[in-house]
Design a protein around this ligand. Structure first.
Ligand SMILES: Nc1ncnc2c1ncn2[C@@H]1O[C@H](COP(=O)(O)OP(=O)(O)OP(=O)(O)O)[C@@H](O)[C@H]1O
Ligand SMILES: [Mg+2]
Length: 483
C-alpha cells in the first residue's frame, strides 16, 4: 500500500495532525492542507490517489467543488468527513459522488479500513444521476444521534441502488418517512411512490389491490382496475405492515419477486414489472416465521438490506432537533411562533416514549394548540406528560393490561418512596386505585343510576352504596328514570 498519496483537507489543526500521523504510520504519503484552493491545485495537477476532505473549509465548501473534481478526476475516491451530521450531509455526499461519508467524531480505524478499501477496489467510474433532488426542501429526517447517523449513512449508500429494503422498528419510529426518503432522493425519484398498507385492507382484497383485477374477476369487479404494482411502475412500491400480509398473498408476492412478472386477478397475460420494493413492519418477523405466519423465503427476498430504526428512548438526544422541527412546522401552518426552554427539553427526555416520534410530534402539536404561552416551559411539559401517562395506563392510546399497570404502580410506590419505613397498607391502596375509577366510570356509564351501576358491576346495591360513601364518590344523576 505504500507509495500511495492521500490528499487531506481539514481546517481543524488537531484533527488534521492526528489524521496525518495515523495515515503516515499506516504507510501512506499524506499531503495535508487546511484550504480548498491548495487541495484543488493538487487535484488539477493529477496528484493524489485518494482525497479525504472536510465539508466546510475557510475558503469554500467542498460539496461545491466535488462536481469539478469528479469531472477532472473521475477515478479519485473521495472520503467526506463532516461535523454537520444531518441527513442532508449524508445525502449530499453521496450525490456528489463521495466514496464514503464519515460523520465526526469517527473511529480512526474505520477511516483506515475505508481508505484501504477505496484504494484497493478497482476504481470504478462513479454514477451520475439525472436531475438533482431538491435540497432546499424541508429536511425530511432530523436527529443527529449516533444511531441516526448510521441510518443516514446506510440511506446515502442505498440511494444509488435499487436494492430491496426492509425497514423495521417500533410504531412511530419513522419507517414510512425513511421509505419516502429512499424514493425521494434515490434514482427513481422521477417515478411514482406508491404505498399499500397490509393491515388496512381487507384480507381477501389484498391480491386485487396489489396486482389489479380484470373486469368480472369476482363478484363486484365491474371494471378493470389497476393494481399497486402497475401504479408503481418505474418507481417505488412501499409494502407497509408486511407482517400482516395473508399467506396466500405472500405466496403470490414471492412468485412475483422471483419472476419479475405478475398476472392480474382474473387475468392471463403475465405483465413485466419494474418497481423498487421497500417493505416495513413493526412486528417481529422472525417470531412470525417461527409461528408459520410469515414465509421464510419471502422474508429473505425482502430482507436484502435491513434497516432497523431505533426507538426514541434509545436516542433521547434527538428530541431537541425533533421538537424544533415540529415547532417550525406548526408555525408554517399559521400557528403562533413558539419556543421551548432547555429545561422543557430535559423534561421530555425523562419520558420513555412508547409511541416514539409520532407521540412526540402529537405532544408538540397539542402543546401548541392548547396553550397560549409563547414559550413552552418545563412545567407545561410536565403537566402534559403526566396527563399522557395517565391516559396510557387507562388504555386509551396504548393498551396496557391491568396486571401490568398494577405492577408499574407498585414498582413506582416501592422504588420512589421517601427513605423510611415502607408504606403499610399497600393492599388497600391498590384496591382503592382500582375501585374508585371502576365505580366512577360505571356510574357515569349508567348516568348516575345506582341500581343499574350495581348490576353492571355485579355488586349488591347496598355494597355499592357503602363504597360510594366510603370513597366519597360524587354521583351525578343525569336522568330521572329508575332509582
Ligand atoms: N427522524 C425524523 N425526523 C422527523 N420526523 C420524523 C422522524 N421520524 C419520524 N418522524 C415523524 O413521525 C411520524 C411517524 O413516522 P412514520 O409514520 O414514518 O412512523 P412509522 O414507523 O411508519 O410508524 P407505524 O409503525 O406506526 O406505521 C411522522 O409524522 C414522521 O414525519
Ligand atoms: Mg408506518
Amino acid at each position: 500500500m505504500s507509495g500511495q498519496t492521500i490528499l487531506l483537507a481539514e481546517d481543524d489543526n488537531a484533527i488534521r495532525t492526528v489524521l496525518n500521523q495515523t495515515l503516515t504510520r499506516a504507510g501512506y504519503d499524506v499531503r495535508p492542507t487546511s484550504n480548498l484552493s491548495t487541495m484543488w491545485n493538487w487535484i488539477a495537477r493529477g496528484e493524489g490517489d485518494l482525497l479525504i476532505t472536510d465539508v466546510a473549509l475557510p475558503d469554500g465548501n467542498a460539496f461545491e467543488l466535488m462536481p469539478k473534481i469528479s469531472k477532472m478526476r473521475q477515478h479519485l475516491p473521495i472520503v467526506v468527513m463532516s461535523a454537520q451530521n444531518t441527513f442532508m450531509t449524508a445525502i449530499q455526499a453521496s450525490e456528489a459522488g463521495a466514496y464514503e461519508y464519515l460523520p465526526k467524531p469517527f473511529d480512526i480505524n474505520e477511516l483506515l479500513a475505508i481508505v484501504s478499501r477505496a484504494l484497493s477496489e478497482a476504481a470504478k467510474p462513479r454514477q451520475k444521476l439525472a436531475g438533482k433532488p431538491e435540497f432546499d426542501e424541508q429536511l425530511p429526517l432530523v436527529g443527529r444521534s449516533g444511531a441516526m447517523q448510521e441510518i443516514y449513512r446506510a440511506l446515502a449508500r442505498l440511494m444509488q441502488t435499487d436494492l430491496t429494503v426492509m425497514v423495521t422498528g417500533e410504531s412511530g419510529t419513522g419507517k414510512e418517512l425513511v421509505a419516502k426518503a429512499l424514493h425521494q432522493f434515490g434514482r427513481r425519484r422521477n417515478g411514482p411512490f406508491v404505498a399499500i398498507n397490509m393491515a388496512a385492507i381487507p384480507r381477501d382484497l389484498i391480491e386485487a389491490e396489489l396486482f389489479g383485477h380484470e373486469k368480472g374477476a369476482f363478484t363486484g369487479a365491474t371494471g378493470r382496475l389497476s393494481g399497486r404494482f402497475e401504479q408503481a411502475e418505474g418507481g417505488t412500491l412501499f409494502l407497509d405492515e408486511i407482517g400482516d400480509m395473508p399467506m396466500d398473498a405472500q405466496t403470490r408476492l414471492l412468485r412475483v419477486l422471483q419472476e419479475g412478472e405478475y398476472t392480474m386477478v382474473g387475468g392471463r397475460t403475465p405483465i413485466r414489472t419494474n418497481v423498487r420494493i421497500v417493505a416495513a413492519t413493526h412486528r417481529d418477523l422472525s417470531q412470525l416465521i417461527a409461528q408459520r405466519a410469515f414465509r421464510e423465503d419471502l422474508f429473505y427476498r425482502l430482507n436484502v438490506v435491513p434497516l432497523r430504526l431505533p426507538p426514541l428512548r434509545d436516542r433521547l438526544d434527538d428530541i431537541g432537533d425533533l421538537v424544533g422541527l415540529f415547532l417550525q412546522q406548526e408555525q408554517r401552518d399559521g400557528e403562533l411562533t413558539k419556543t421551548i426552554t432547555p429545561e422543557a427539553i430535559s423534561e421530555l427526555k425523562t419520558y420513555s416514549w412508547p409511541g416514539n416520534v409520532r407521540e412526540l410530534e402529537n405532544l408538540v402539536r397539542r402543546l401548541c394548540a392548547l396553550h397560549a404561552e409563547e414559550t413552552i416551559g418545563a412545567q407545561l411539559v410536565k403537566a402534559e406528560l403526566s396527563h399522557t401517562q395517565a391516559q396510557a395506563v387507562g388504555g386509551s392510546s396504548h393498551p396496557v393490561d391491568l396486571a401490568a399497570a398494577v405492577e408499574l404502580h407498585l414498582a413506582k410506590v416501592l422504588n420512589e418512596r421517601e427513605p423510611g419505613p415502607p408504606p403499610w397498607g399497600l393492599y388497600q391502596d391498590v384496591v382503592e386505585q382500582v375501585e374508585v375509577p371502576l365505580i366512577t366510570m360505571a356510574l357515569n356509564a349508567c348516568r348516575g343510576n345506582q341500581i343499574r351501576a350495581a348490576k353492571l358491576l355485579g355488586l349488591n346495591r347496598n355494597t355499592l352504596r357503602k363504597k360510594i360513601r366510603h370513597h366519597a364518590i360524587q354521583v351525578v344523576r343525569q336522568s330521572r328514570n329508575g332509582q
